[in-house]
Design a protein around this ligand. Structure first.
Ligand code: SF4
Length: 410
């Protein structure tokens, strides 16, 4: 979008223009369905003469281009994940190398995602991402610093670091893990106040990151570490390169090094061959570990992955039931953890006003996926995009309700 804008094109996100570019996801069934429905919706609009052209890019078209061309031929052109220059060309724009890091973000002004690497070298059996995104390529530290500076100049205060695998950062480029060095470089960027870590892989986690997190206030005491399962049988078949004992030890080390750290994870239930015992073991472990945040997905059987050779033997109903059980268990844990926050004072980033509330987040919460802190907009006026000190008054299972400390907000 930054490239198009620099070429003098008017670009809008999720609003309609005469040319529509759909960026698709092809990761699991639900995402594929959503992408296909969106393509069909816009092809329909094109047929009705409401828009002139529809282009499709992203992971779904990387993975299934020939099928899509055959099944939905009314799309003007399909592009893969590395076809950006070609896509820009059909949109009448030139790919300008010097614009790397120049972005037009689609998130609220106060935060932005910073992609620090592309692709993945791990062999996880269930995962189609390496097929679509290729091997791991880290972006050099100095380029990320430039991108962060440009984002900060536009008012971004929080950087959310993402990659398919944050843990691997640097190994390809520098021949050693460099996430801690990257963090030390990013904290020096003026205007950036929070830096958050998503998608760390448990095997080979760079422990020097914990020291930076403990000592550097700009690094949110937060980590998202998708663990997928805990039964050794399932972990082995998933080819995750770790065990229950090693994972448990790692989480204990996190909590010892940075006691306040909020740990987020995601799990997969209904993986081929997951027995009732495996599932019970997972539930018991979720109860024991008391994750601050947790998401649970049902297994999706994906062509060309290693696990595709296995039999997808858990009925859909059982998968759903298991996911629901985990989420109910987590709701109770989350409620208990929230009770400990009542009466505490937290710094909140105010993301938006929605209905009767200002919606804020603490450093322990990431946008869209985690808890929110709601502040009554009938009683208080808060500056959106700014930090505000908030006292937590009450909580639900997930969200917190608070009031600003400073009476000038009344
Ligand atoms: S680390 Fe993540 S992206 Fe890479 S193969 Fe495993 S699940 Fe997929």
């Amino acid at each position: 979008m930054g490239q198009l804008q620099a070429n003098g094109k008017e670009v809008v996100h999720e609003e309609e223009g005469n040319i529509v570019v759909i960026n698709t996801c092809g990761f699991i069934n639900n995402a594929k369905e959503e992408s296909i429905n969106t393509i069909l919706e816009y092809v329909g609009k094109k047929e009705d003469g409401l828009i002139d052209k529809v282009f499709v890019t992203g992971c779904l078209s990387e993975r299934y281009k020939p099928d899509l061309q055959k099944e939905i031929p009314d799309v003007d052109e399909y592009f893969g994940t590395s076809d950006l220059p070609k896509l820009l060309k059909v949109l009448g724009a030139d790919y300008k190398h010097e614009l790397l890091g120049e972005r037009l973000t689609t998130t609220p002004k106060n935060y932005a995602y910073l992609k620090i690497a592309e692709g993945c070298d791990r062999p996880c059996s269930f995962c189609a991402i390496p097929i679509m995104r290729g091997g791991h390529r880290s972006t050099p530290i100095e380029r990320l610093v430039v991108e962060a500076e440009k984002l900060a100049a536009k008012g971004v205060k929080e950087l959310i670091l993402i990659a398919q695998d944050l843990t691997y950062y640097g190994l390809d480029l520098y021949k050693e893990r460099k996430l801690a060095d990257l963090l030390e470089a990013l904290v020096k960027v003026d205007g950036i106040e929070w830096i958050r870590l998503h998608y760390a892989f448990p095997t080979g986690f760079p422990m020097d990151v914990l020291k930076v997190m403990r000592e550097e206030p700009k690094i949110c005491k937060y980590i998202d570490i998708p663990l997928q399962h805990i039964s050794d049988n399932v972990l082995r078949s998933m080819r995750r390169g770790t065990t229950k004992a090693k994972t448990t030890r790692l989480l204990r080390e996190f909590r010892n090094a940075v006691p306040e750290m909020a740990i987020r994870t995601t799990l997969i239930v209904g993986y081929p061959g997951e027995t009732e015992e495996d599932f019970e073991e997972l539930k018991a472990w979720v109860s024991e570990m008391r994750f601050d945040r947790l998401g649970c997905f049902t297994y999706s059987h994906e062509e060309n992955t290693h696990a595709y050779q296995l039999v997808d033997d858990i009925p859909e109903k059982v998968k759903q039931q298991r996911a629901q059980e985990i989420m109910e268990l987590q709701a109770g844990i989350s409620w208990e953890l929230n009770q400990e926050k009542v009466g505490k004072i937290v710094t909140c980033m105010i993301d938006r006003k929605e209905g009767n509330y200002f919606v804020g987040r603490t450093e322990y919460d990431s946008p869209d996926v985690d808890n929110e802190t709601l502040i009554d907009a009938a009683k208080y006026y808060l500056p959106v995009g700014e930090f505000v000190e908030v006292k937590i008054m009450e909580t639900g299972d997930f969200d917190l309700f608070g009031a600003p400390l400073d009476s000038s907000h009344e």
